[in-house]
Design a protein around this ligand. Structure first.
Ligand code: ZN
Length: 246
């Protein structure tokens, strides 16, 4: 007999454009517009053509967080080589204990999940003692692999800030399709700064979780994607070097 507490309560689709392995291989030009992306979700993360900054979609608006530390509402005609979105439904909600860091919150989130075998959209909103983010910077052609491109990352450390952390917890079996574990981006409440989250400490914040049971994967119809190496021998090291950076 099924234990209902170990299952998501509803089917819910997570949409993804292209693959993490394609991004790692330097496929930085996308054929999917922000306009089309928003038709698949009001919530999400990703990046823009030429790795021109980190993407956050929150409450139906897509923001571009650029290497120079600025944030702006993305133009609907901009394109993305990689993004994950969903229509966020907060099915599991809990206050985040004060003073906890990213690693500690990750443990709290894992304990709230019905099972580690599904996908989860995560939202942590409130105030934070500190948030450390990195932002990829616009690349020139010929594109270098992402392991090299992130050398030009800019890092930003904000303290006593209000904002929202948006992203996904992805099962290990999706490694290569996406980033296994928690992959989250931050944008402040004033929508002036943010980036790919490296660490944070919670002050007063609420954790919301939306379980995903269905993955809609859209592969680019481009010659670059068609010719990409999507099975690198050092995938684990590349994921660690580009997404975790510790
Ligand atoms: Zn990211």
């Amino acid at each position: 007999m099924n234990d209902v507490h170990s299952l998501p309560v509803e089917r819910h689709t997570i949409f993804q454009n292209s693959l993490m392995t394609a991004l790692l291989d330097g496929i930085y030009d996308g054929e999917m517009t922000v306009s089309e992306l928003l038709s698949h979700g009001n919530f999400g993360i990703g990046t823009f053509d030429a790795l021109d900054g980190e993407m956050v979609i929150v409450d139906g608006t897509c923001y571009q967080l650029r290497g120079d530390g600025t944030a702006r509402v993305a133009d609907l005609k901009q394109r993305s080589p990689y993004a994950v979105t969903t229509n966020f439904v907060p099915r599991i909600v809990q206050e985040a204990p004060r003073g906890l860091t990213r690693a500690e919150i990750s443990g709290i989130i894992d304990a709230l999940l019905p099972s580690k075998n599904y996908m989860y959209a995560l939202r942590i909103a409130g105030t934070f003692h500190d948030v450390t983010v990195r932002t990829v910077t616009k690349q020139r052609k010929p594109y270098r692999p992402m392991v090299e491109a992130v050398d030009s990352d800019s890092e930003l450390h904000v303290t006593d800030t209000q904002g929202v952390i948006v992203g996904f917890r992805t099962p290990v079996y999706e490694k290569g399709i996406s980033v296994p574990g928690c992959h989250v981006h931050f944008i402040d409440a004033a929508r002036t700064c943010g980036g790919h989250v490296l660490d944070f400490t919670v002050d007063h914040a609420s954790i919301s979780i939306c379980p995903g049971t269905d993955l809609q994967l859209r592969l680019p119809l481009t010659s670059d994607f068609s010719a990409a190496n999507l099975d690198p021998h050092d995938l684990d090291q590349q994921l660690h070097a580009t997404e975790v950076k510790d």
